[in-house]
Design a protein around this ligand. Structure first.
Ligand code: XLS
Ligand code: CA
Ligand code: CA
Length: 438
């Protein structure tokens, strides 16, 4: 088969001194970091939608990139060309996973039966490519936000017919995920939210979202899906308010509806920042609750209040992300580049440069996070900060033995506590800088 990117060679590691734009400077898959190969620490995935479908259209202008891959019409021949392009792309970058929405794979037909037939056809083609290359599916999902029927949401729609269409898409996307051996299944609540409370029954809508998730778990487990279901929190966009606002909200929702045993979270950097948090914050909250599953690796723009899905270049942020991941003992999922090149970067080379940037950024983040752990100053400071809970009244509070009376009596004997000790934020930030920059 003729190559789709003939001018692009296999991308290899050449080291930090390299000036070759088509080489990795930091991502060295074989390098051992904390006892594990870099490639194992960083299971990178290509997002089908941004990489193979998105051609740069925005609210003000048309497509700038050519994502036709030699097939002008948007038909099944194009769908197969996307598979060919995607696999060549992943192989050239050494990416071992991909993520997909149902309708990224094929053009959606007017009749869901025909869409499903097309999905069967393309997934046979995909499966053959996967067997040939060893590339695997990280997670699958259903697009329940693009089609006009989802204008009022999917599971949270006011229409029971629309709820059933959402259910049908989830069922088919789960079938595909299992067929392709996917490790996870994502629910991103694209339009599961509201524009105005004047027309919205929030309680009922949230219950219906949980009902669809429960149906999906029951069905998925029944067809042999043993992986994790994920909620991907996002506070807004496209809806004014989305129910899965952030990690803490999604965790509370899962627990409220008894779904926490089957679900974890897929944390996207740009969604955490839209929620007014740092990326690290949502990772920490997920990990603290045993629910850190997978990551959508991208970044937003501090100056823009919307979801820009940029390829990550911020090493500081990637370091703090990898610090959380290492402390959590790794991910059960992976690092999906839910990211797109900027509209003016419209050539195939730009796509390769973008992935090289993202992969190098996380490789550097991994190395620097490991160095922070080995340095030890931050962790030992953190441990010492809570030392008062290791003995005496602190130990009794911690074990749950202390009563309110006992704590109050202790305070009365003390008369006045000392200040609790400096937070030393500036010192700790300088430790991070010294590890990052030597
Ligand atoms: C959009 C979301 C979406 C999910 C999958 O903002 O990030 O791409 O990852 O539906
Ligand atoms: Ca996003
Ligand atoms: Ca995402």
């Amino acid at each position: 088969m003729a190559e789709i990117f003939p001018e692009i060679p296999q991308i290899r590691y050449e080291g930090p001194g390299s000036r070759n734009p088509l080489a990795f400077k930091y991502y060295d898959p074989e390098r051992i970091v904390r006892g594990k190969r870099m490639a194992e620490h960083l299971p990178f995935a290509m997002a089908w939608w941004h990489s193979l479908c998105n051609a740069g259209r925005d609210m003000f202008g048309d497509e700038t990139a050519d994502k036709s891959f030699g097939v002008p019409q948007k038909d099944m021949a194009r769908a197969r060309a996307k598979v060919d392009a995607g696999f060549e792309f992943m192989q050239k970058l050494g990416i071992r996973y991909f993520c997909f929405h149902d309708v990224d794979l094929v053009p959606e037909a007017d009749d869901i039966n025909e869409t499903n037939r097309r999905l069967d056809e393309i997934s046979d083609y995909l499966l053959a490519k996967m067997e040939e290359t060893g590339i695997r599916c990280l997670w699958g999902t259903a697009n329940m936000f693009g089609n006009p029927r989802f204008v009022n949401g999917a599971a949270s729609s006011n229409s029971a017919d629309v709820f059933c269409f959402a259910a049908a898409q989830v069922k088919k996307a789960l079938d595909l995920t299992v067929k392709l051996g996917g490790g996870g299944y994502v629910f991103w609540g694209g339009r599961e939210g509201y524009e105005t409370l004047l027309n919205t029954d929030v309680k009922f809508e949230q219950e219906n979202i949980a009902r669809l998730m429960r149906m999906a778990v029951d069905y998925g487990r029944g067809i042999g899906f043993t992986g994790d279901f994920y909620i991907e929190p996002k506070p807004k966009e496209p809806m004014k308010h989305q129910y899965d606002y952030d990690a803490a909200t999604a965790i509370g929702f899962l627990r409220q509806h008894g779904l926490e045993g089957d679900f974890k979270l897929n944390i996207e950097a740009n969604h955490a920042t839209l929620a007014g948090h740092t990326f690290q914050h949502d990772l920490r909250v997920s990990a603290a609750n045993g629910m850190l599953g997978s990551i959508d690796a991208n970044q937003g723009d501090d100056l823009l209040g919307w979801d820009t899905d940029e390829f990550p270049f911020n090493v500081y942020e990637a370091t703090l992300c990898m610090y959380e991941v290492l402390k959590a003992g790794g991910l059960s999922g992976g690092f999906n580049f839910d990211a797109k090149t900027r509209r003016p970067s419209y050539t195939p080379e730009d796509m390769f440069y973008a992935f090289i940037l993202g992969m190098d950024t996380f490789a550097l983040g991994l190395v620097k996070a490991a160095a922070i752990l080995e340095d030890g100053r931050i962790d030992s400071f953190l441990k010492e900060r809570y030392a008062s809970y290791r003995a005496g009244i602190g130990a009794r509070i911690r074990s749950g033995e202390a009563t309110l009376d006992e704590c109050a009596a202790y305070a009365q004997r003390l008369k006045k506590p000392e200040l609790p000790g400096s937070g030393r934020q500036e010192y700790l930030e300088s430790v991070v800088n010294s590890v990052l920059f030597g």
